[in-house]
Design a protein around this ligand. Sequence first.
Ligand code: ATP
Length: 239
Amino acid sequence: MPETAILLSDVTVRFAEKRLAFDCAVPAGAAVAVAGPSGAGKSTLFNVIAGFETPRTGRVELLGKDMAGREPAERPVSVVFQDNNLFAHLSIADNVGLGIDPGLKLDSAARQSVFSALSRVGLGGYERRLPGSLSGGERQRVALARALVRRRPILLLDEPFAALDPAMRGEMADLLAELRAETKSTMLFITHQPEDIRRLADRAMFIEEGAIVLDEPVRDFLSRREPPGVAKFLGHSAI
Ligand SMILES: Nc1ncnc2c1ncn2[C@@H]1O[C@H](COP(=O)(O)OP(=O)(O)OP(=O)(O)O)[C@@H](O)[C@H]1O
């Protein structure tokens, strides 16, 4: 396994009047919190890594391999989206099975891995239910199970805690920490809460106006009093 899971060099993305630029090196096995104001570029960073957004310039390397021209499905990445993207008319088991085969042609080993992923996220017995009958937190865990069955070494989570109440946030953080320990995956998660960073991350990235302005061990990040955007995020008064 290469030491660096994600390497972005001179990556730029341009939208109409916006330019975003990303440089970073994420160590393999890290749990990285990605924070920053709304519209700063957090989701765009994920889209670049996952291959949903093609950069205008620069190089994206995942696990030591250049990703130029590689479709999202060909990348060693799973994404759990914020709105969890479940299909309302499909059972929970089928929603998870889509992570293995978009045509849902699942052999018995694949079906078994759907069952064990659901049990792993605490939803054993939910297989036949429909997403509409689940709570927000349960739907989020279904999306996580779908990411797990893909067995990709890099996991991107877009606000995995957003729909959860405080108790469920703690449970989700524990679950993610356990999964990370088991799978040794590299995990990036977007959050707006310093508490989630304390619970789960060992590194933190802060994105402002389309650039990664900080990328450092979580202990350093949490004690920062500057720059002002970070102080505000952490609830520390800026100098
Ligand atoms: N497809 C697109 N076309 C045009 N502009 C876009 C597109 N995607 C993102 N942007 C713009 O790029 C900037 C960064 O957006 P992005 O969604 O990455 O921010 P974010 O940090 O994830 O925000 P939030 O916390 O609100 O989700 C924003 O100004 C957004 O409007």
